[in-house]
Design a protein. Structure first.
Ligand SMILES: O=C(O)/C=C\C(=O)CC(=O)CC(=O)O
Length: 217
């Protein structure tokens, strides 16, 4: 295994947590290789003994970088921010920094884990859509409220931050579960703003090497 050289991202095309990291890597213009991990093939490659060595949580993403293997998307993004300060994704102002972390945490701890594949399998086929909608709605209500006092062009002011890296994949998941997004106009405006941004576009599930052809638009 090469530990020096280009970072390697263990990623799944439709994983919102992998997508957050892909956006951050792209925004910072850090070249990286992708090793796809299928979360569905044969019950999920993330559960293999080999992958458990890379990520004991049996989830993506994981990033091999600078001779280290990192897990957990927020941790990975903060590591990138600390080691590669070019194209900063955290504001200078301490209050704005707190807002960025708040939005990231609401999404990464308060929404996504509740609608994650493993949870939905546990909840069961019959109830999973209603379950996912409930938790996404509840979380996006909080995000919209936070955005009402801190959004500019993007989530926090007019500069791109880690909050934007978290927001866009979560909006995609909301659409995937047919959540009515009309009550969240600021969220929608920012999502639209970023739809065609090259770093966000390149990170989109439909542009991933492991995206099944039938899923591309
Ligand atoms: O149905 C699949 O293709 C399997 C997994 C995912 O999409 C990823 C998730 O578990 C949702 C998420 O990242 O929030």
């Amino acid at each position: 295994m090469s530990i020096i050289g280009k970072p390697v991202l263990y990623s799944y095309w439709r994983s919102s947590c992998s997508w957050r990291v892909r956006i951050a890597l792209n925004l910072k213009e850090i070249p990286y290789d992708i090793k796809p991990v299928s979360l569905i093939k044969g019950g999920g490659e993330q559960h293999s003994n080999e992958f458990r060595e890379i990520n004991p949580m049996e989830q993506v993403p994981s990033l091999q970088i600078d001779g280290h293997t990192l897990i957990e998307s927020l941790n990975i993004m903060h590591y990138l921010e600390e080691t590669r300060p070019q194209r900063a994704l955290m504001p200078q102002d301490v209050h704005k920094r707190a807002k960025v972390r708040e939005i990231c945490e609401v999404i990464a701890s308060g929404i996504q884990p509740l609608q994650n594949l493993t949870v939905l399998i546990y909840v069961g086929e019959e109830k999973k859509k209603e379950w996912a909608q409930h938790w996404i709605n509840r979380g996006l209500r909080a995000v919209e409220k936070l955005l009402s006092s801190c959004a500019g062009k993007y989530c926090v002011g007019d500069e791109l931050t880690l909050a934007d890296c978290c927001l866009v994949p979560q909006v995609f998941n909301a659409r995937r579960f047919h959540v009515d997004l009309r009550p969240f106009p600021i969220t929608l405006r920012i999502d639209r703003e970023l739809e065609n941004h090259p770093a966000f576009r390149a990170a989109h599930p439909s542009n991933q090497p492991d995206c099944p052809p039938e899923a591309t638009k």
